[in-house]
Design a protein around this ligand. Structure first.
Ligand code: SAH
Length: 354
């Protein structure tokens, strides 16, 4: 039997093609699209004939993911989700509550192939890309979990995977997320984080999507960057910074640099000064992240004092910078940690099955 179609991957026009090929009137596409983007299962699409609901259920997925387990943090409002794809792969999303509302961090791939030395997501390589509908389903499942207590208002593409290594599906996802007949989420409330795939940053600048670009910099020079991020060998900093400058010029949006402070590597005051020189004149913000310790990796976080000195050095040099609050540390908050834990110990007792 042919694989089932993921209807959440489709724009209304494409859904129309899918339905008319099954002898359905074109106007059903709008109805189905609206239900799907509310997270409603086929069986509950009450304005569709029962026969059509049956056809859809036999040939397609309403939601291509199911919630496998939820891990609410005991110390803050963070909840980590493990979702199961139709093919059995598990992916993570993290729901965070800020003063401005609920923010969801989603995965864009099963695993990652970028090989960054500090990151848990890449430990087992990249299994496959997620489809646009699988990204959207992470948002719908988080909304379902929240129920009447709220809905996801911000989305960050900072979970497992390199979004720009899955470019087409990611751009499709962003347009679907923003679709007026769907969730209609403002792209100003979306951040995309990349390790720095230069040609794709240039392509993204041309998409007319008012998202915030986050760049995982983590080093003030190529020597340090190459020692922790293989992508740095492919796209050296001068090239990368040029692409980022063009992105800012073309979109008018400020760029965010992510910088994880690692002991003995990139966290000394001279590194802060080098970083300030690197980003001088750019409309940007630096997000300092105390490294999340990953058991499989040897790297250690910089001390709180070193973090503060680094921040003060940047601030004194008039670079806008903040230290990211750690959230959900007790639930393996860093990218890829939870999935890895699960791959190793699938029946861990503290797991909250749903
Ligand atoms: N592939 C994309 C998005 C996923 S990672 C990227 O590289 O940007 C989201 C952010 O978390 C990135 O800035 C990544 O470098 C950072 N990160 C990964 N592992 C981390 C760790 N152990 N501690 C702190 N930050 C980490």
């Amino acid at each position: 039997m042919a694989e089932k179609a993921i209807l959440l991957d489709l724009f209304p026009e494409e859904l129309k093609t899918f339905l008319t090929a099954r002898n359905q009137p074109a106007f059903r596409a709008g109805q189905v699209f609206a239900w799907l983007h509310k997270g409603v299962p086929f069986g509950d699409m009450s304005n569709l004939p029962t026969s059509l609901r049956g056809v859809l259920a036999a040939e397609a997925y309403d939601l291509p993911l199911s919630l496998h387990a939820a891990f609410p943090s005991k110390t803050d409002h963070t909840v980590k989700f493990l979702n199961a794809c139709a093919d059995g792969n598990l992916i993570e999303s993290v729901l965070m509550r800020y003063h401005y509302g609920h923010s969801l961090c989603i995965s864009t791939q099963v695993g990652c192939k970028m090989g960054c030395a500090f990151c848990a997501s890449t430990l087992n390589g990249c299994v496959r890309n997620l489809s646009a509908g699988e990204m959207l389903a992470q948002v719908l499942l988080a909304n379902r979990y929240l129920g009447v207590s709220g809905r996801v208002g911000h989305v960050v593409l900072m979970g497992s995977g390199e979004p720009l290594d899955n470019y087409e599906a990611v751009v499709r996802f962003l347009r679907l997320l923003n679709h007026p007949d769907g969730l209609n989420l403002s792209l100003r409330a979306v951040s995309l984080s990349t390790c720095g795939i230069v040609p794709r940053i240039r392509a993204l600048a041309g998409e007319q999507l008012p998202i915030t670009l986050s760049l995982s910099l983590h080093a003030p020079n190529d020597e340090i960057r190459r020692s922790i991020m293989p992508i740095a060998a492919r796209y050296p900093l001068p090239e990368l910074m040029e692409a980022v400058r063009e992105y800012v010029a073309q979109t008018g949006r400020r760029v965010v640099f992510e910088y994880a402070l690692i002991q003995g590597l990139n966290s000394r005051p001279e590194h802060a000064r080098e970083l300030a020189a690197l980003v001088r004149g750019l409309q940007c913000h630096v997000n300092l992240i105390p490294l999340n310790r990953v058991p499989e990796r040897q790297l250690e976080p910089a001390s709180p004092r070193a973090v503060q000195t680094f921040l003060d050095t940047l601030t004194a040099l008039r670079v806008s910078a903040t230290v990211r609050r750690e959230m959900g540390a007790d639930i393996a908050g860093a990218c890829g940690q939870l999935r890895n834990q699960h791959l190793k110990e699938p029946d861990k007792p503290d797991m909250i099955k749903t």
